[in-house]
Design a protein around this ligand. Structure first.
Ligand SMILES: [Zn+2]
Length: 235
């Protein structure tokens, strides 16, 4: 990985493989759902927690194959107690399923995302209702710890956010699901438009494009995606 793997301090955790259902542009294909651990002086900042257990509908529709988050962290010498905060790009089912492992730890989401998710998609799940849940609702850009900030990137959902990290090699972006993967990042970077077959990640296409362009204009050194095995690296 271009020899900068350890320098950016970001550890991808490919927690879940899912099968995309008929309603998805990649219907029938298997796909990865990553979480990320970011090593900082304060400890470990976790971005997303993967698909949870105990929801028959998501199990049936997406056929998730999970690696335990606890084990995935252990493989990198990280214990749950090392995690000082969690950040969510957005609150769809495949990103917040193991939040219950982090009682009394701040979990950062955009306020807009929280409101919409509570009215709709996560209210169907129990994964965000647990003893000690400490969701912190943000209004726009926020610094989580020095050198790590979130940036609203609406489009896939109304309250989607990216994580931008200052590192010795330049800015590293955890784009979440805006854009979807390396291929889409490359396309938009070249064309400054979405490809005809982009579904704008099934949300607001115009907002989605504006969000991707805002990330491109940061000129990051590296970008990680929730649903891609590999990051994109600037030449
Ligand atoms: Zn999503």
């Amino acid at each position: 990985m271009a020899g900068v793997g350890s320098v950016d301090g970001v550890i991808p955790l490919p927690l879940t493989q899912v099968t995309w259902p008929n309603s998805h542009p990649l219907a029938g294909q298997r796909g990865v759902v990553n979480a990320f651990a970011i090593r900082r002086e304060e400890g470990v900042l976790l971005v997303d927690t993967g698909v949870g257990e105990g929801n028959p509908r998501t199990d049936e529709v997406f056929q998730p194959q999970r690696q335990s988050l606890t084990e995935a962290l252990q493989e990198h010498g990280i214990s749950l107690g090392d995690v000082f905060a969690v950040v969510h790009g957005h609150l769809h089912f495949d990103h917040c399923g193991n939040d219950c492992l982090f009682p009394n730890i701040p979990i950062y989401v955009q306020r807009r995302e929280w409101e919409v998710a509570r009215e709709g998609y996560v209210s169907l799940l129990d994964w965000v209702d647990f003893d000690g849940a400490d969701y912190r609702q943000l209004d726009g850009i926020a610094e989580i710890v020095p050198g790590v900030r979130v940036l609203p990137t609406p489009g896939h959902t109304v309250g989607h956010q990216a994580v931008v990290i200052d590192t010795p090699i330049g800015s590293v972006v955890l784009a979440g699901q805006v854009p979807y993967d390396v291929a889409e990042w490359r396309y938009v970077r070249q064309a400054r438009a979405l490809s005809a077959d982009s579904d704008g990640a099934s949300g607001d296409r115009e907002a989605y494009l504006a969000s991707v362009l805002a990330l491109i204009d940061i000129e990051p050194r590296r970008v990680w995606f929730t649903h891609d095995d590999e990051p994109w690296d600037r030449d």
